[in-house]
Ligand binder design. Structure first.
Ligand code: FMN
Length: 445
């Protein structure tokens, strides 16, 4: 296995940028969010910056703020198959929901992407918090948080069995005897559980990575348990060093308790960098973006985080009473994100308007405006403090914010010996320094 980079960088590709007003920023091209050429450009910039991977989210429903926020996008697995042909090294991670699909479908899609990309596929496993998505799949309302994670646990087990169902050497190509494959090395999985009955095997031979990399993005108690069992990389939102350290120690500890090597899980908190050649210039850019936001958009997003609670009844320029917030533990959407927002409110006591501006850039992820050195310092400090193994970079604007990070921050990280100057390996597992999993059926033989 190639020597991994000390830190890992993923870019979260998201329409015209992560700032909700990014499409209004001068130079933005919102008409290109359905143009594959736009994504090829972003992938080329990230690959020039030697990023480990790029990642696409998926909500399975149009956002409530479509009137005012750029949302055009493409289906992740389809887009990544196109990007596989336009890139050589960068890992390609697609979000796919365990709530609104069947394991057999998804196992073959990711196995295909792994073959097409030469071993660069990753699956961001989500349970879909969006209430709107339920209506697109025949449900009157979304299943409970606990039920979604229960299904996800069995779902992933089935997918992994399917990925293992062909041993690596099942195809023997013996032309003299006319034997293409050894059926003894192609296994039915005969899965019968509470949610799924799947006979198998998969109709696709084992893929270059054995299993595409399993990524997870939900940090509630259930989410952490699920991650400790399954994840090889974790996307998470963390605002404060202490909270991030606690999360890091908790998840790695849980994984260790399950007999896993904690270094086999890469924890990547979100970071939305806003760069300037001086601190004042960076701050001015953040202010410029925040000035383009509309309170009604922020109110919709905030309400969605708290299961539809209506914050518009509060005056914009007063502090919101903390007791007015619904408890994150009862939230059926994304529990960890509502907890982060509540922590911000408790710590900073912002007015409603200030809170909406605070969330406009990263939706609860950390936004950091500063010089390239300051951003690099932050990345170094958090990774050296066991708060992160790297970062999920969320540029405020695309492509400009990504290009600025690649041209100005990556070289500093490289000079400090923290980040690769070139790819050492070919697969996403190589980049993240993850083991190659042998088929469970070969192991048991
Ligand atoms: C960086 C990041 C990206 C995410 N992307 C998606 C996504 O594309 N689709 C989705 O339904 N949820 C997404 N989520 C949400 C989580 O997967 C999860 O559903 C949510 O946080 C609820 O889980 P929790 O209650 O365990 O926190 C994302 C979370 C993070 C941190």
């Amino acid at each position: 296995m190639s020597h991994p980079s000390p830190i890992h960088l993923n870019v979260f590709v998201h329409t015209t940028g992560h700032h909700e007003a990014s499409w209004l920023y001068p130079g933005s091209e919102p008409e290109r969010t359905t143009d594959v050429g736009f994504y090829r450009e972003l992938a080329a910039i990230a690959e020039r910056g030697k990023f480990d991977s790029l990642f696409l989210a998926d909500q399975l429903a149009v956002g409530r703020s479509v009137k005012h926020v750029a949302q055009g996008k493409l289906e992740p697995l389809t887009l990544l198959a196109a990007l596989a042909g336009a890139t050589e090294r960068i890992g390609l991670i697609a979000t796919a929901s365990t709530t609104y699909s069947e394991p057999y479908n998804l196992a073959r899609q990711f196995a295909s992407l792994d073959h097409i990309s030469g071993g660069r596929a990753g699956w961001n496993i989500v349970t879909s918090w969006s209430a709107e998505a339920a209506g697109n799949f025949g449900l009157a309302q979304r299943n409970s948080h606990a039920d979604r994670y229960r299904r996800a646990t069995e779902y992933v087990e089935v997918v992994r069995k399917l990925w293992d169902s062909w041993e690596d050497d099942a195809r023997i190509y013996d032309r003299t005897r006319g034997v293409y494959a050894d059926p003894g090395r192609i296994h039915a999985i005969d899965h019968g559980g509470e949610e799924f009955r799947v006979r198998g095997p998969l109709d696709i031979p084992r893929s270059p990575q054995g299993n595409p990399v399993l990524v997870q993005a939900g940090s509630s108690d259930e989410g952490r348990g699920f991650a400790a069992r399954n994840a090889e990389a974790i996307f998470t939102a963390q605002q404060e060093l202490g909270e991030a350290q606690a999360f890091y120690a908790d998840v790695k500890g849980r994984a260790g308790a399950l007999g896993r090597d904690p270094s086999g899980i890469k924890i990547l908190p979100g970071l939305s960098p806003i760069l300037g050649s001086t601190e004042a210039e960076a701050q001015a850019l953040e202010d410029q973006l925040n000035d383009l936001t509309l309170p009604e958009v922020g109110l919709k997003h905030l309400s969605q985080r708290f299961d539809g609670f209506d914050f518009s009844v509060f005056p914009l320029d007063a502090r919101i009473p903390i007791e007015a917030f619904p408890s994150p533990k009862t939230v059926q959407g994304a529990q960890s994100r509502s907890q982060i927002i509540l922590n911000v409110v408790e710590r900073e006591r912002p007015t409603l308007r200030q809170l909406l501006r605070r969330l406009a850039g990263g939706r609860g992820h950390k936004v950091l405006a500063g010089t390239p050195d300051r951003i690099a310092d932050h990345i170094q400090h958090w990774t050296e403090s066991r708060a992160a193994d790297g970062f999920n970079i969320m540029p405020a604007t695309f492509p400009g914010g990504l290009a600025a990070f690649v041209d100005e921050v990556v070289p500093i990280l490289q000079r400090r010996g923290l980040f690769r100057t070139d790819y050492a390996g070919r697969t996403l597992r190589d980049h993240y320094g993850l083991n190659w999993p042998q088929s469970r059926y070969a192991r048991s033989a």
